[in-house]
Write a protein of this length. Sequence first.
Length: 425
Amino acid sequence: MDTTITLAELSTGINTVWMLLAAMLVFFMQPGFALVEAGFTRGKNTANILMKNFVDFTFGSLLFWLVGFGLMFGAGDFVGMPHFIDLDIMEKQIDNGLPIEGFLIFQTVFCATAATIVSGAMAERTKFSMYLVYTVFISVLIYPVSGHWTWGGGWLMNGEEGSFMMNLFGTTFHDFAGSTVVHSVGGWLALVGASILGPRIGKYGKDKKSKAIPGHNLTIAALGVFILWFGWFGFNPGSQLAASTSADQTAISHVFLTTNLAACAGGFFALAVSWLKYGKPSLSLTLNGILAGLVGITAGCDIVSPLGSVIIGAICGIVMILSVDFIDHVLKIDDPVGASSVHGVCGFLGTVLTGFLATEEGLCYSGNANFLLAQLFGAVVVGLWAAAAGFVIFKSLDKIHGLRVDKRIEEEGLDIYEHGESAYN
């Protein structure tokens, strides 16, 4: 019996193991999100926060397997047709040489991330039952449709001659690991949801000025950010879907480097700006600055230089602070964890900055604005889709059943009333 392994088989095996390892790292981001959200909110709602993060992955995984994956990677241009759980049909649509089951797992953990972003912005006053309902729409419709447009062979990344993007810009939209597809989708949904839900009791006084509602534990929030940072080394390099590098692929070591540099720049510049703006270096803003840098670099981590990644991280770290202030004090939208700014604003910004700083097609290198315009167009279109779909869903749920818990429940905490138990005894 011939047991010789060909070079191609060995390469496929290595790439499969790397894809699954990356999926594990992205899965480990779930406890990171849970700790960040719990730490930035009050202790009386911690069990509710933790429960929602478990539901994101358990319920979301079942829904994405059953419907969302087929919708995202099915045939078609503007929207794919669901193939449900028929993986044999799906395998014909995905030609990357990797096991379809492994690819499904990798995409599942990304879908769970998009849903998790929303829960932080709507924390401390949302009915758990309504949370379950809107998680369904995110997992089976909102995220898969925008994902199909981009990663599933849809119109925004269709590079064939005569396609919409090639006719309009001569190039296609680029989002390597999801600054727009994952993070800005979650961020814009979070902003719309928090706006419809309304601020927490006591957030704005009679003079309409914002009052700080401190989180109960910055220690676990900081641990959550470290976990997210660690998980991002699966989120971005894993999106290569290959450990071995071919001529048309970027080495995952380059993606590791740009990812880390952007995180460091985002954290440092957020620290510096918070010190200058508020007189003290803020830990909470520094933590969000790190996340802002990570979100911003996710779109172009494969095609920007190390210097470009530092610039993207620095800009996102600075803009995040300005955005948090604007959303809180001007728009009067209460986002307890800053998810709208970190994921929505910085996801959009990082995608557009890639249009400037990509080393081949970017405006700063090529002198041609086509790629920048394609990036701007894609980010706007996906953002409008997420915001519009979110508005219809959240507004409908609010009218039909009410998104928000009663005043007494909010004041005394969701843990006991919604779950019958407390995270702290």
